[in-house]
Design a protein around this ligand. Structure first.
Ligand SMILES: Nc1ncnc2c1ncn2[C@@H]1O[C@H](COP(=O)(O)OP(=O)(O)OP(=O)(O)O)[C@@H](O)[C@H]1O
Length: 211
């Protein structure tokens, strides 16, 4: 599925535009990057795409997913997944429970849902991790689980808000490859906010600079 931002612009509560109207096109499986100094509006841009802007902000322009403008839709109907720097997981659920929570409702039946979760863990090199408490996972393992949970919801596009910044250099490279390969395989477009030039190079898509 493609992602197309058409003259997207966000206004802060005081009415000032955070950045000039922004247009970009991402093909299915492509990862585009957004870079720029702190406070310029990178996370706010992702929030505008996902439909998570604070109510005091205003977004203008269009966000087209596979040619369909999702701007009039609330976040829950846009079906755009998000992965943040901090892998947020429910502490009262196992790793498998966390993944099952995000699983698309169209996967029906207990056995099918269990299989979908187990297959995803295996693809991520985490076979057998299902019963574990999420707090016992390393940062890299948590990042993998966070991406799996995002993808199991079968999103139509993915927003990545500095998802690699908490990882050390070696792990960062592995996780980055896993994330980008998974997105390519899923055939969805992704928008990555990063401060890291190596992330941008590895993403391989167009780089948009704000500010
Ligand atoms: N809820 C809010 N209410 C008012 N202003 C906000 C709110 N959230 C963010 N801002 C302001 O909007 C601007 C853009 O913030 P944003 O977090 O998008 O920047 P950023 O480029 O992602 O920064 P960083 O790289 O530091 O994460 C900043 O000036 C920030 O202070």
């Amino acid at each position: 599925m493609s992602l197309h931002l058409d003259r997207l612009c966000v206004r802060a509560p005081d009415g000032r535009a955070l950045f000039a109207p922004l247009s970009l096109r991402l093909a299915p499986g492509a990862v585009g990057c957004v870079m720029g100094p702190s406070g310029v509006g990178k996370s706010t841009l992702l929030n505008a795409v996902g439909g998570h802007l604070p109510r005091t902000f205003r977004a203008d322009g269009r966000v087209l997913v596979d040619g369909c403008d999702v701007m009039p839709l609330p976040a829950e109907r846009r079906r755009i997944g998000v992965m943040f720097q901090q892998a947020v997981m429910f502490p009262h659920l196992s790793v498998a429970g966390n993944l099952a929570f995000g699983l698309c409702p169209s996967v029906r039946g207990r056995a099918a849902r269990r299989r979908a979760v187990e297959d995803a863990l295996e693809r991520a090199g985490l076979a057998g991790f299902g019963p574990r408490d999420p707090a016992t996972l390393s940062g890299g393992q948590q990042a993998r689980v966070a991406l799996l949970r995002t993808l199991l919801a079968r999103p139509r596009a993915v927003l990545l808000d500095e998802p690699f910044s908490g990882l050390d250099a070696e792990r960062r490279q592995d996780i980055r490859r896993f994330v980008f390969d998974s997105i390519r395989t899923a055939g969805i477009a992704a928008l990555l906010v990063t401060h890291d030039a190596e992330d941008a190079e590895a993403a391989g898509g167009a780089v948009t600079r704000l500010g």
